[in-house]
Design a protein around this ligand. Structure first.
Ligand code: HEC
Ligand code: HEC
Length: 238
């Protein structure tokens, strides 16, 4: 059991970096899975198994530049939750629309306007969602949590696909990325036909282009207040 100072530090770090996807009670539902029942957390002692996930990211989860001590504090905080016997009344879900829409407008101008406009691509965004929580989920992770279409995220068909360019001896082949790991890369060409390439180290040269990357990289930067303020502002963009 972590001491009170560790719990405080862990709670604060979790609040800033993890809360909005894994939920204030770590039981997920906001884009990230329930953390309390994951293998990693069940086996983790003091952050050693959590560290690589946090540092490298996983699927839709971006990497975080937190050090070992910080992750150990977050682990201490997470291990303090009882895994069973959840009492919902102890942890009421925070209301999404607690933000200040004026502050959100200012933040949008500063942080989002270089790529988006509420009179252009995001015109009427507030009218598209009846539930502010879905709107928040959508603008945070337009591609959807865990790669799926859920929680109000855009269907992948509305977003520009992740593409890949493979340079072989006979030229560059480009297409939509279907699958990539250390050993193969699979792409779909414009006519739908799939091509598979075996990878060995840097051969062939593979360049992945993920349109959402610059957007996702910002997820690390927002504070909870920024997020709530921006959502409160976007709700008014009708
Ligand atoms: C932008 C949303 C987001 C944020 C912020 C986020 N996560 Fe995640 N996290 C996810 C998603 C989505 C997954 C599932 C990834 C997958 O399996 O493809 C995940 C997976 C995990 C897992 C692995 C669960 C398993 O069973 O494999 C751990 C552990 C985890 N997150 C911890 C954290 C911690 C700690 C933080 C804060 C430092 C954090 N996450 C911040 C979205 C997020
Ligand atoms: C560095 C550029 C960049 C910044 C800054 C940025 N985004 Fe994005 N955002 C993108 C890209 C690229 C996409 C993907 C567009 C696509 O695939 O069509 C995207 C997608 C989105 C989408 C879904 C697409 C749509 O048209 O509905 C929303 C909503 C969104 N961003 C909101 C925001 C908000 C709110 C902020 C600020 C808090 C922000 N973005 C900051 C680049 C950025």
């Amino acid at each position: 059991m972590a001491d009170a100072a560790t719990l405080d530090r862990g709670k604060a770090l979790y609040g800033v970096h993890c809360n909005f996807c894994h939920g204030s009670d770590a039981r997920g539902g906001e884009g990230g899975p329930n953390l309390l029942r994951t293998e990693i957390l069940l086996k983790d002692m003091k952050g050693e198994l959590l560290l690589p996930v946090v540092r490298n990211g996983k699927g839709e989860m971006p990497p975080f530049n937190l050090n070992e001590t910080q992750v150990a504090d977050i682990a201490g905080f997470l291990h303090n939750f009882p895994v069973a016997g959840y009492d919902a009344s102890r942890n009421p879900p925070p209301s999404i629309l607690v933000g200040d829409s004026k502050a959100g407008e200012v933040y949008f101008a500063k942080a989002c306007a270089k790529c988006h406009s509420t009179s252009g691509d995001l015109k009427g965004i507030g009218a598209k969602f009846s539930d502010p929580k879905q709107l928040q989920q959508y603008w945070l992770m337009p591609g959807g949590g865990r790669g799926g279409f859920g929680g109000g995220a855009a269907p992948p068909s509305l977003l520009k696909p992740v593409t890949v360019a493979v340079t072989t001896g006979s030229g560059v082949i480009e297409g939509r990325l279907v699958r990539i790991d250390d050993f193969i890369v699979v792409l779909a060409e414009a006519d739908g036909s799939q091509r598979t390439f075996t990878r060995r180290g840097d051969t062939p040269k593979v360049v992945v282009n993920e349109p959402l990357k610059p957007h996702k990289e910002l997820l690390r930067v927002y504070s909870d207040d920024d997020i709530h303020n921006v959502t409160s502002y976007l709700v008014t963009v009708k």
